[in-house]
Write a protein that binds this ligand. Structure first.
Ligand code: SF4
Ligand code: SF4
Length: 476
């Protein structure tokens, strides 16, 4: 499953390509017992994970003017981002953002490899920072877990396994509910939970299944989500190139590897073949074989190897963030011209999407003369034109809409009452624009109509006023 690789220096150097590290030749799964990671990268990842988990669990609680600060109602095609609501009318923005996101992911991966997998991906965060932590807490480090699994089902094993899976189930339900709160909103979630189960049986069952899937993923399926299912992981082979920055073993410095033997002069590389980088790997691979599809860039092997290097008084960084070219040339060059170019494109792309989102209007208005109708004579030497009005209200605001002529004397009458504004709705109606005859000097007089809601001008629409009355010449 190697994508492109630094040359492995093991005797049977190509053997690892023939199978997944976590599957036997007979196709049976090898359960991975990664050693507890520790080190500066792990500490940094814990901080990032705490921030991301806080966002997941707390953001659905935030409200702006009584509405969610963030909402991703995919089924209802309604999104609220940072308090700004996006509905079906903003579909073009949604499509553009998705395209932008896909291009960004591609560009980002070409330059920075799988940083996303190790630091941000929910699968890694939930697995390594929640479920695995509970497992270490209850069952102990890798060796203790192995021993516990081999042990017969005595009281202690039943207690530890029972407690672990009970906490796993609670966490799965909590994650499932947090994700649901992002989709339906926290208030709707609370309402759903507080209703008797028979009343919301379908939704309740959907939640049970959803939480069950989360539990199954983290209790049993684990790293296989990354190695077997995740399309992003499987696309690495085509996205990474020799300049991509990924977690690399410096084979130039490390090989030939070999154990330290007391009293013997060492003519080997820096790798002392202690196997710790493999022992901590949550996907069970040996990074010394080169970049592999299964590597989720979790940095555990960097921390493990740095600790070893410090102990044997060698420079840290035998395993580090680096590109294949950097390792082979020995020149540390993170920002290659390509990396700079792609980063600029990324920044421009994000700026463009941000600009589109920031400049999007809260209302969409159109006022057009009703097709096929001439002007009509009105009492007091006035003439009128009929117009179709359409107002798309993208906000949560309500209120009555008033229309006023801006650049010419006259009045506007709404046919059939008022044009009231409903949140997130489209208001349609017809209006008469009535103007004194003496003000109409042209066949088509440009007019401007100010649209106000709650006494605030939301837009000024330019249209035209037809001066010709049916059956008469213009001006008669
Ligand atoms: S942790 Fe470092 S020294 Fe130990 S086997 Fe891995 S690369 Fe070699
Ligand atoms: S090889 Fe290193 S970075 Fe990659 S998954 Fe294993 S421990 Fe994490």
């Amino acid at each position: 499953m190697n994508t492109h690789s630094t040359e492995p220096k093991t005797e049977n150097k190509e053997e690892f390509r023939d199978h997944l590290a976590t599957v036997t030749e007979e196709g049976k799964r090898i359960w991975v017992y990664p050693k507890k990671p520790k080190g500066k990268f792990h500490r940094a990842r814990v901080v990032v994970a705490i921030i991301l988990l806080a966002i997941l669990f707390l953001v659905p609680l935030i409200k702006v003017d009584g509405h969610p600060f963030m909402l991703l109602d995919i089924l209802g095609r309604k999104f609220i981002l940072f308090g700004v609501v996006f509905g079906p009318q903003d579909f073009h923005l949604f499509v553009l953002s998705i395209i932008g996101l896909i291009i960004s992911v591609f560009l980002f991966t070409v330059v920075y490899g799988r940083i996303f997998c190790g630091w941000i991906c929910p699968q890694t965060i939930f697995m390594e920072m929640l479920f695995r932590k509970v497992e270490y807490w209850i069952e102990g480090d890798a060796n203790k877990q192995r021993a516990l699994n081999k042990r017969p089902w005595d009281g202690q094993k039943i207690f530890k396994k029972g407690l672990k899976h009970f906490i796993f189930a609670i966490m799965a339900v909590a994650i499932g509910n947090a994700l649901l709160a992002w989709v339906i909103g926290f208030d709707s979630l609370v309402e759903l939970i507080s209703r008797p189960i028979p009343e919301v049986f379908g939704k309740f069952m959907a939640m049970v299944i959803f939480s069950g899937v989360i539990y199954f993923f983290y209790a049993y399926f684990r790293e296989q989500v990354c190695t077997l299912i995740c399309p992003y992981g499987r696309l690495q082979g085509v996205m990474l190139d020799p300049d991509s920055i990924v977690i690399h073993y410096d084979h130039v410095r490390g090989e030939p590897r070999g154990k330290i033997r007391k009293g013997e002069e060492r003519n080997l590389g820096d790798c002392i073949d202690c196997h710790l980088c493999v022992d901590v790997c949550p996907t069970g691979i040996d990074i010394r074989n080169g970049t592999q599809l299964e590597c989720v860039n979790c940095t555990a092997c960097i921390d493990a190897c740095d600790a070893v290097m410090t102990k044997i008084k060698r420079p840290t960084g035998l395993i580090r963030y680096a590109s294949k070219n950097e390792i082979e040339s020995g020149v540390r060059k993170i920002f290659t011209p390509k990396a700079i170019g792609y980063t600029i494109v990324l920044v421009l792309l994000f700026s463009f999407i941000t600009f589109l989102l920031a400049t999007r209007s809260d209302y969409e208005l159109s006022i057009v003369r009703t097709a096929g109708l001439m002007a009509q004579e009105q009492p007091d030497n006035k003439i009128s034109n009929l117009y179709d009005v359409k107002i798309i209200n993208k906000t949560f605001n309500t209120g009555e809409t008033t229309l006023e002529l801006e650049n010419i004397e006259g009045e506007i009458k709404v046919v059939g009452g008022d044009l009231s504004l409903q949140p997130q709705e489209v208001s349609e109606g017809k209006i008469f624009v009535i103007i004194p005859k003496e003000k109409i000097t042209k066949l088509n007089t440009p007019i401007e109509i100010a649209v106000k809601t709650n006494n605030k001008v939301i837009d000024v629409i330019k249209t035209s006023f037809l001066g010709k009355i049916k059956g008469r010449k213009f001006g008669e």
